[in-house]
Design a protein around this ligand. Structure first.
Ligand code: PLP
Length: 382
């Protein structure tokens, strides 16, 4: 067996401490909904549970319009298509690779801009220098669910007549000053993947500002069909099925408790790790409802006495599986590394943060004992 396969096997064992754990509905309640789906024999194509989940999410997230998708990547791809984005798009290298892949699938050129070290989001003060006559949009990411500087980004977009599409994959339920950050920009998207705070196993959603755009998006995610006999655009198939919509409806009832449980883990990590030399992390921002989807720490090797990777692999030896999100940077991957904006000299902050980060285990099902085990390991830096 290859070493990575061995680690994967160990990580999959039930007792390992994982970076995340999926939110699961009560099995009996889920079975009841499955029986109903079996009775009605309508299992896809905008069924009853699909409609209910769209409405329930609009209410929970306090947004006017929701369009459900089968994952979190296709709404990104579809948003760019719907807004007819061309040429160059300014984006961040510090994200999951799907952010840039969505540009690639639309034939667009990503232009990477460095990040702000205080939140790992795109640094608005560096965006203007990257704008060219070919720039048509900005695609920022609310990394770890921490809101981007939405106002600064919108100011630039307005001045240069650019669209803004937020990859808000991490930002389920995040609010700033009582308002959902999913309302920012022209379009925002979420992922409901198993690893995210709210999950439909695989799934995702798009958020827009008007009914007309929602209708167009709903056509695009259904092959472009605008009626039984009319196709208005080369759409894709990205519909969420009834089984996963029902799963999501039940999870929606549990997600607040899950976020509270995550919050308690964050409080304990902060309290215990505050004084560990060479380890930094962020506190909550005032006015923000965080979702505690991730708990990134940054390891300064010199002060900590051990490199990030030494700590990461030592955790693995103790059956604790953090993740180096987001290392390596998207800009270092084969499809993107030859772009001029991908050079490490253009991205010094992102390069440094990617080399220092570990996301500690963070989920609703972590036991106090597990949390203490993680803390003890991080504190043992000698
Ligand atoms: C998870 C994620 C995606 C992709 O979502 P899928 O549901 O896995 O397709 C996109 N962007 C970011 C930042 C993500 O973390």
């Amino acid at each position: 067996m290859k070493k990575t396969d061995e680690i994967l096997q160990k990580m999959m064992s039930k007792d390992s401490i994982k970076v995340t754990s999926p939110l699961l509905p009560d099995l009996n309640e889920f079975t009841e909904l499955l029986k109903d789906i079996w009775d009605r024999k309508w299992i896809a194509n905008n069924g009853q549970y699909h409609q209910q989940l769209e409405q329930a999410l609009a209410e929970y997230l306090k947004v006017p319009f929701v369009s459900l998708f089968t994952n979190g990547t296709l709404p990104l791809i579809t948003a760019l298509q719907a807004l007819d984005i061309k040429g160059e798009v300014i984006t961040t290298p510090y994200s999951f690779v799907a952010t840039s892949h969505a540009l690639w699938w639309n034939g667009l050129k990503p232009v990477f801009v460095d990040i702000d070290p205080t939140n790992c989001n795109i640094d608005p003060s560096k965006i203007e220098a990257a704008i060219t006559p070919k720039t048509t949009a900005i695609m920022p990411v609310h990394v770890y669910g921490t809101p981007c500087d939405i106002k600064a980004i919108q100011d630039i977009a307005d001045r240069y007549n650019l669209k803004v599409i937020y990859d808000a994959a991490h930002a389920f339920g995040v609010e700033k000053d009582g308002e959902s950050i999913l309302k920012a920009g022209d379009i925002s998207t979420l992922s409901f993947h198993a690893t995210k705070v709210f999950t439909t196993i695989e799934g995702g959603a798009m958020f827009m500002h008007d009914a007309e755009t929602k209708q167009h998006i709903d056509h695009l995610k259904n092959f472009g069909f605008a009626g039984e006999t009319e196709v208005v655009a080369p759409g894709i198939n990205s519909k969420l099925d009834e089984v996963r919509a029902a799963f999501g409806l039940l999870n929606l009832q549990k997600v607040d408790a899950a976020i509270e449980a995550r919050h308690r883990v964050a409080i304990r990590y902060r309290e215990a790790l505050r004084d560990v030399e060479g380890i930094t992390f962020w506190d909550d921002q005032s006015g923000v409802r965080h979702n505690y989807g991730y708990f990134p720490i940054f390891v300064n090797a010199q002060e900590y006495g051990m490199t990030r990777d030494e700590l990461y692999f030592r955790m693995q030896e103790s059956d604790i599986y953090g993740r180096r999100y987001f290392y390596p940077l998207i800009s270092t991957f084969a499809p993107y590394r030859s772009l001029e904006s991908a050079s490490p000299q253009n991205l010094p902050v992102a390069t440094k943060m990617a080399n220092e980060v570990i996301c500690l285990p963070m989920h609703h099902a972590l036991s106090e004992e597990d949390v203490e085990k993680v803390i003890k390991l991080v504190k043992t830096n000698k």
